[in-house]
Unconditional design. Structure first.
Length: 157
């Protein structure tokens, strides 16, 4: 159900939170569905139980899950609405990023291509596999950039 990337930049607890929210958004997890216990998930993922507990506590704080003492953790009735509201925030961020790309003269089709790549199976929005845009790449190649320490005095030998 869950997969973690131990070598990625994103902390494990954030990966777990994101995956639960994505599963709720996709309908794979529905209100009333039970999540694995911290102990069981810790064994499955070979992850520290405290890390997983931190993720579960944050999901509960956000209202996505609810714990029932003695029974476990369940997806809350409000989870789909809350996750959808979170997706709206992400769409607003995409709009703001798109405006920055436009101001940076990144062609519209390049931005759309990056979004399309993320929608492909196995797509990685953080690392779209497309070459740099040609008009900006040519500008970059022609610019001379002095070394970072160009003005620094040279050490005496």
């Amino acid at each position: 159900m869950f997969q973690i990337d131990r070598f990625g930049r994103q902390p494990i607890y954030e990966q777990l939170i994101e995956q639960v929210e994505q599963l709720v958004a996709s309908g794979a997890l529905r209100p009333g569905d039970q999540l694995p216990s911290v102990r069981a998930l810790s064994q499955t993922l070979s992850a520290n139980p405290n890390t997983l507990q931190k993720a579960y506590a944050e999901l509960e704080r956000r209202g996505v899950t609810a714990s029932v003492p003695g029974s476990g953790r369940f997806i809350s009735a409000d989870a789909p609405r809350l996750v959808t509201a979170g997706m709206q925030v992400i769409l607003e961020e995409i709009t703001a990023l798109s405006a920055k790309l436009r101001l940076s003269r990144v062609p519209r089709d390049r931005a759309v291509q990056a979004v399309d790549a993320a929608y492909e199976p196995g797509g990685d929005a953080a690392n779209p596999a497309s070459p740099p845009c040609e008009e900006n790449a040519s500008e970059t190649r022609t610019q001379e950039t002095p070394p970072a320490n160009a003005d620094a005095p040279k050490p005496q030998a």
